[in-house]
Design a protein around this ligand. Structure first.
Ligand SMILES: C[S@@+](CC[C@H](N)C(=O)[O-])C[C@H]1O[C@@H](n2cnc3c(N)ncnc32)[C@H](O)[C@@H]1O
Length: 199
């Protein structure tokens, strides 16, 4: 009896050591939820035009920007106009409808400096190539923020910065959640936009 119990404990311990920890994965929201969100953003963007938010991220002409969790692209478009023809905006989202919307909006505005990326984490961009990463109104969605932050750290240049805004979280939650993994340090807050840099 004792021996069987010992064997059971041994099997359990080996299992814990050998089976890799299962990471949670984000899933795209339903189409209905996404369309509802777009309607809400139309009102939001009328009340607070996206270019005003982009000004607070200090994006400059010629910058390479990653808009992670771009949604239908309100900030992607404003960022693409701010970086001009010599810059580029990568618009990444887990939702195929987001990618479709960004493409349509870019075409309508005649913007050729936007590239879309359908992903739940891996952007497939080269290491150290992005000047500014935008993480706007998405942090509260992430089930595995560490994995995403590691990816953003990888693609960001050493002197680049990460701009975060999430009205679903309190200020100290944003700072703690972003700095939690020893990747980013907090620099400053301008109105609702937080700036972080690589450690
Ligand atoms: C609330 S919306 C914000 C959209 C945009 N940043 C804005 O503020 O207009 C959040 C977006 O993040 C996307 N998203 C959620 N989890 C994601 C993940 N793991 N990877 C990429 N995109 C994700 C959703 O599909 C959604 O489009």
């Amino acid at each position: 009896m004792k021996f069987h119990f010992f064997i059971l404990i041994l099997i359990f311990k080996i299992g814990v050591l050998v089976i890799p920890e299962k990471r949670e994965k984000d899933k795209p929201m339903s189409k209905t939820h996404f369309k509802f969100m777009i309607k809400h953003f139309e009102k939001r963007d009328k009340n607070y035009p996206p270019n005003l938010k982009i000004e607070k991220t200090k994006i400059k002409k010629g910058n390479f920007v990653l808009d992670y969790g771009c949604g239908p692209g309100s900030y992607t478009i404003a960022a693409a106009e701010a970086v001009g023809k010599t810059g580029k905006v990568y618009a990444a989202d887990i939702h195929p409808l987001a990618i479709e919307d960004v493409k349509k909006r870019a075409e309508k505005r005649g913007l050729c400096n936007i590239e879309t990326i359908l992903t739940e984490c891996n952007t497939k961009l080269e290491d150290n190539t992005v000047d500014v990463v935008l993480l706007l109104d998405i942090f509260h969605h992430l089930s595995d923020p560490e994995n995403i932050l590691r990816e953003l750290y990888r693609v960001l240049k050493d002197n680049g910065w990460l701009s975060v805004d999430d009205h679903h979280l309190k200020d100290d939650q944003i700072i703690t959640k972003v700095t939690n993994y020893g990747l980013f340090k907090y620099i400053e807050k301008k109105d609702e936009v937080f700036t972080f840099m690589k450690i």
